[in-house]
Write a protein that binds this ligand. Structure first.
Ligand code: SF4
Length: 412
């Protein structure tokens, strides 16, 4: 591979190959520190490589780097995500910057003409789909040279390389995505027995601010942080950035109410659209902190938030699940009940009713759990649902009117 290249330039290209075609100048300098003559010759060599079309420079958010100019066809498979898949959006940005052609395939199917792809990434989020995702990976690897399978459904340890992790996500990959999303922290200070975060991400640390993933076209920003309240200074920084840019913020993994204080509540109040506020209450033993947190919120004018409530988790009973939901209802808070191991849990009908009642906003505040169960079991609910269906159907397809008479009102 001489092509009239200097030894230093060949070393650059070797490193870029090793790093999947992309690297920052800092990484290159570190890896070449023993053989590099001086800074000037380093940048001269790079510029000449760029002129020859071997590499090109790129910027992404605050990150700059190099691109090895090799074009390939890349298939991204979003196997089962419920929301736009952040890892795939970063991979898309990475490959677009390299000049590759990227195609997104959604759902567990085999893309037409998959043989033409050079590389495929499959992301599987739910462990219930892991077997099917592995099967797909096996089929694709019969024709595609490089197939990567990842996501919390199949593997808790694999992460994206740093260079890709720092990329600004390619939001255009999901045309319906009208918000920005990302992590400003990773990890958590707690070790809840039902949660994968401590194993997957370890202890908490700050990793970014909003400018690393906020696309200025978006008015809403979704944070995937697991417990940002555990880093109060970092939370202050992020909240102030959100306020300064006038964004609607959604910490969609739920905030830790046990760590709420006046300063944090005042910042939350300043953030527009506080109806996006979500907290979590998973353990009945935290009742005192939850009550205290709700009082603080109310004192700052935040009357209502939504609480994620895990039901059927390790060590919990049906009575304590119902107690948590009822307590939140009495305090005027909405619930989003999340069943642990749904299929198994719903064999006990009480959990199923709790799930249906608490997650149906229109019913939650107007009837109690007991009333809901009675209505359901007496068939009252079915009658109401049938009437509602009939009404909707009639609104959609009103009976024809002939000479002023409704057709179905003419007596024959
Ligand atoms: S506080 Fe939340 S993120 Fe942290 S371990 Fe518990 S459930 Fe997981």
């Amino acid at each position: 591979m001489s092509r009239g290249l200097s030894r230093q330039q060949i070393a650059f290209l070797d490193i870029l190959d090793e790093k999947h075609g992309m690297s920052t100048t800092t990484t290159l300098k570190t890896m070449l520190k023993n053989t590099m003559k001086n800074k000037q010759s380093f940048y001269r060599s790079l510029q000449s490589l760029e002129k020859r079309g071997e590499i090109r420079f790129y910027r992404s958010g605050r990150v700059g780097g190099l691109v090895c100019k090799k074009h390939g066809n890349v298939l991204l498979v979003d196997f089962d995500s419920m929301i736009p898949n952040l890892a795939l959006m970063k991979l898309s940005a990475w490959h677009n910057a390299k000049g590759d052609n990227v195609l997104l395939q959604r759902g567990p199917k085999i893309a037409d003409g998959f043989e033409k792809y050079d590389i495929a990434y499959i992301s599987c989020v739910f462990s219930t789909n892991a077997r099917a995702a592995r099967r797909l990976a096996k089929i694709l690897s019969t024709s595609i040279e490089e197939v990567h399978l990842g996501g919390s459904g199949v593997d808790l340890k694999t992460t994206l390389p740093d260079e890709i992790e720092r990329m600004m996500p390619d939001y255009d990959l999901y045309p319906e995505c009208d918000y920005s999303m990302g992590h400003t922290t990773r990890g958590c200070i707690r070790k809840c027995p039902f949660c994968i975060v401590p194993t997957k991400e370890g202890s908490i640390r700050a990793v970014a601010d909003i400018y690393q993933f906020w696309d200025r076209r978006h008015k809403k920003i979704v944070f995937l942080d697991n417990n940002i309240f555990a880093l109060p200074e970092h939370f202050k920084l992020i909240a102030n950035q959100v306020i300064k840019e006038g964004l609607h913020a959604d910490w969609n993994q739920g905030l830790d109410i046990r760590l709420l204080d006046d300063e944090k509540a005042a910042l939350l109040k300043k953030i527009r659209k506080s109806e996006y506020l979500k907290f979590a209450w998973d353990d009945v033993k935290s009742e005192a902190s939850v009550r205290r947190g709700i009082e603080i919120l109310k004192a700052h004018g935040i009357k209502k938030s939504t609480f994620y409530v895990l039901i059927g988790g390790p060590g919990s009973t049906f009575e304590d699940c119902l107690y948590r939901v009822n307590t939140l209802r009495e305090l005027g808070q909405a619930c989003y009940v999340m069943p642990y191991n749904k299929e198994e849990l719903f064999q006990d009908r009480r959990y199923f009713y709790l799930f249906r009642w608490a997650n149906t906003r229109q019913l939650f505040f107007i009837c109690t759990y007991e009333e809901f169960v009675n209505n359901w079991e007496s068939g009252e609910r079915n009658k109401m649902a049938a009437e509602r269906r009939k009404r909707i159907e009639t609104e959609k397809h009103p009976p024809p009117v002939i000479h002023g008479y409704e057709f179905n009102s003419i007596e024959i």
